[in-house]
Design a protein around this ligand. Structure first.
Ligand SMILES: NCc1[nH]cc(CCC(=O)O)c1CC(=O)O
Length: 332
């Protein structure tokens, strides 16, 4: 197909999606962008798919193991031809995709940072004017405060900055987590800024954590559109939604993950940023207790995004993070 050929708009496009609020928002967002691009004549059907991650609600995800809990069932439907397109949070995608599938488009990135959300009691104490002070961060939380998160990375980085905190498991979809916080189950919780912004809940954020101190998960805030690698029609349909900037930072952060084979069982983060035409890539691997914590960074041309991500991962291993990974591998 040449670039000027219009893709077939008469057949419906079937998007496979989880039924969580965030997944549905993301699928609707892509549907709306596609119809704005190609016209309302394009029929887009949403097909709800239940994943293992949706089914298991009682245990922390890192104890169930394996990346792809929220993805595998959708990839199977895609590979089987039951749906044509999947919209994922790229952060949830495993390093290796299902055979025959490909990421065919990376739309613009939402804020990559983690968000601190205070519960009502702590909010009253730390935000006397009703709004959070601009320097509010993990270090502002009082000794003994309970912080809800089931992400090993968020727990470890929080403990590193504030060893007096008590990390408590927190599961469920984004609105469920906020309800538990509002019910007083935690003093504060950590969530991705991107999820809160997408759900119209940005006003719940008390602080967006500086990526230099609190490195986000690789590809946090980035969407990945996945289809069958040979499906030229879908490639052509989603092509106008692509963002070169997001594709560059995603290439660096996915290369970092691929080199470390990291799932949610390992506290690690990676954040790439374009500044003055240079790509800055930072990575972190830490013990779940926050110490030791290894960080590394590289700067280079954006065309070498993947090489930079790999180099940061290898630097971390040489600094000693290989011992952290080996210790965690023994535990599981
Ligand atoms: N692990 C669940 C998940 N997957 C993607 C996001 C947020 C959206 C994104 O990072 O793009 C979330 C929720 C969270 O971490 O708070």
């Amino acid at each position: 197909m040449t670039a000027s050929t219009k893709p077939d708009l008469d057949r419906p496009l079937r998007i496979g999606t989880r039924a969580s609020e965030l997944a549905l928002w993301q699928a609707h967002h892509i549907r709306d962008r596609l119809r704005a691009e190609w016209g309302d004549g394009l029929v887009v059907e949403l097909v709800h798919i239940t994943t293992e991650g949706d089914r298991i609600q009682d245990r922390p995800l890192n104890q169930i193991g394996g990346k792809g809990l929220f993805v595998n069932a959708i990839e199977e439907q895609l590979a089987a031809g039951a749906v044509d397109l999947a919209v994922h949070s790229m952060k949830d995608l495993p390093g290796r995709l299902h055979p025959g599938l490909a990421i065919v488009c990376t739309p613009p990135r939402e804020d990559a940072r983690d968000a601190l959300v205070l519960g009502p009691a702590l909010r009253a104490r730390l935000c006397p004017e009703g709004h959070a002070p601009s320097d509010l961060s993990i270090q502002s939380l009082p000794a003994g405060a309970t912080l809800g998160t089931t992400s090993l990375r968020r727990g470890a980085l929080a403990l590193r900055l504030n060893p007096g905190l008590q990390i408590r498991p927190l599961r469920g979809n984004v609105p469920t987590r906020l309800r538990k916080l509002d019910a007083g189950d935690y003093d504060a919780i950590l969530l991705a800024t991107a999820g809160l912004v997408r759900l119209g809940l940005a006003d719940r954020i008390d602080a967006r954590l500086d990526p230099e101190q609190f490195c986000p998960a690789a590809c946090q805030g980035i969407l990945a559109l996945e289809s069958r690698a040979d499906d030229d029609r879908v490639r052509a349909l989603v092509a106008p939604l692509a963002d070169a900037h997001a594709a560059t930072v995603a290439a660096a952060e996915r290369a970092f993950l691929a080199r470390l084979d990291g799932g949610c069982q390992v506290p690690m983060g990676c954040h790439a940023e374009l500044r003055d035409d240079l790509l800055h890539v930072r990575g972190v691997i830490t013990d779940p207790g926050g110490r030791p914590c290894f960080t590394a960074a590289r700067v280079g041309p954006p065309a070498e995004a993947a090489e930079l991500g790999t180099a940061v991962a290898e630097l971390l291993l040489r600094l000693g993070a290989d011992a952290v990974l080996a210790a965690l591998a023994h535990k599981t």
